[in-house]
Design a protein around this ligand. Structure first.
Ligand code: SF4
Ligand code: SF4
Ligand code: SF4
Length: 413
């Protein structure tokens, strides 16, 4: 079977993951990193990775006309993914289906290679459970007393939502990367239902029914309206779009944002996000350089605010950077066996390819059974307003920990 993999824009992590199709398969695979110059030939399956914009339509149509089947692999191509957060500021990241109509979606950030293989082979895919069914944390769905920022997570047995931290597991399918196993709430990269963000927002809003929200009377009568001032709800959850619609903004039904753009698409997607969410975003979209990108953000903040890290943390981080070099080498050589071996080692330290285990001050969960976790456990960090710089990355956060400005050197993602 002839399979072509096309990388369009932004993160190349899903594209790189397709190297694994070479393992245990008899496909004739070619990787096309520059789809605009693809010569065009009849193929059985075309796989699209990376985010898409309307300007890509001409090339996508050429691919569609030459392929028996077209698959959007990963959230960027399937739903717009994390890059589509920039649509809040006028960009036009668009899911593949909205551009060419007839395609199949494999959701996930990172997309799961087993699902891609099954889709190519037209194997029946067993029905996935809801993420909460496979989660070790227990939910009570009690009304919340408060909403919390995800700066410190100590309890490892209670549902994140019950603890006051938003977790989108309610609207997600079981997944391979399992952020929830690394003390990181789910952001819903594998939605189990349509318009998952809106439904999760409604659900969390119901749980938050007891939490104070500022209202004032409307001039039209006695009906309260939301007040302009801050309240417990908005203090606890300042970035609604980034938290509830991280992967699905273009398919959410929300109107397009009218906030003016303040830079490139990459910069626009970062602005408005919360400092504690940044490692969770860079770990997703940094492509083959997600480890160094994530550490740039984390370490610049740690250094400026004198957050001490242990020798063990430094050692694990240095191992990850070495693994990143090995990964780049394996990708360069299209060496799927080495790629598999290196990504398994990365997963061992970073938790998953989303790097959920990496955080400010250390790691969120224990890496080896025999370790003394206190040697490298992440610790509480204060939100400190300021400008943080690390060579190719410079960002500014306000007193609420919201990213207000960013400069990222071109080509970093
Ligand atoms: S951002 Fe996520 S969905 Fe998009 S290419 Fe990277 S890993 Fe895949
Ligand atoms: S909402 Fe999250 S923490 Fe709670 S049970 Fe579901 S997956 Fe687990
Ligand atoms: S736990 Fe992580 S990988 Fe799994 S569905 Fe949620 S966001 Fe996606």
């Amino acid at each position: 079977m002839d399979v072509r993999i096309f990388q369009f824009n932004g993160c190349n992590k899903c594209y790189n993951e397709t190297l694994l199709l070479k393992e245990d398969s008899e496909y004739s695979i070619e990787f096309v990193s520059d789809p605009k110059n693809w010569k065009g030939e009849k193929v059985d399956i075309s796989v699209i990775t990376g985010y898409l914009i309307p300007d890509d339509l001409k090339h996508l149509n050429k691919i569609k006309d030459n392929s028996e089947k077209v698959i959007a692999y990963g959230n960027c191509a399937a739903t717009g993914g994390v890059f589509a957060l920039a649509n809040q500021k006028g960009h036009d990241v668009t899911p593949l289906q909205n551009l060419i109509g007839d395609s199949q979606n494999i959701n996930g950030c990172l997309g799961e290679i087993e699902e891609l293989k099954n889709t190519i082979d037209e194997k029946e895919i067993h029905k996935l459970k809801n993420l909460c069914e496979v989660c070790s944390r227990k939910a009570t769905c009690e009304y919340l007393e408060e909403i919390k920022r995800q700066i410190e997570l100590d309890d490892s047995s209670t549902c994140f939502n019950d603890l006051g931290f938003l977790c989108s597991g309610f609207i997600a399918k079981e997944c391979k990367e399992r952020c929830i196993d690394y003390n990181t709430p789910c952001r819903g990269c594998k939605p189990s239902i349509d318009r998952s963000g809106i439904r999760m927002l409604g659900l969390f809003g119901t749980l938050a029914g007891n939490v104070e929200i500022a209202t004032e009377h409307s001039v039209k009568g006695a009906t309260d309206k939301l007040a302009d001032e801050d309240d417990d709800l908005t203090d606890g959850l300042p970035d609604i779009v980034g938290n509830f619609f991280r992967f699905t903004l273009p398919t959410s039904g929300l109107p397009k944002g009218r906030i003016p753009s303040s830079g490139t698409l990459l910069e626009d997607l970062f602005i408005g996000r919360l400092i504690e969410e940044i490692p969770l975003i860079t770990g997703l979209l940094g492509g083959s350089k997600s480890i160094s990108l994530t550490l740039k953000f984390i370490e610049s903040y740690e250094k400026a605010n004198e957050i001490k890290v242990s020798e063990q943390v430094k050692k694990f981080r240095s191992e990850l950077l070495t693994l990143e070099d090995e990964l780049l080498n394996a990708i360069d050589k299209e060496d799927s066996t080495k790629y598999k071996e290196v990504t398994e080692k990365i997963r061992k330290i970073a938790g998953n390819m989303n790097l959920s285990n990496l955080y400010f001050g250390g790691f969120k969960t224990k890496i080896n059974d025999s370790d003394n976790f206190d040697d490298y456990k992440t610790h509480i960090f204060e939100i400190v307003e300021g400008t943080y710089k690390n060579g190719s990355v410079e960002y500014k956060i306000d007193s609420d920990g919201i990213l207000t400005e960013i400069k990222i050197k071109e080509g970093l993602v």
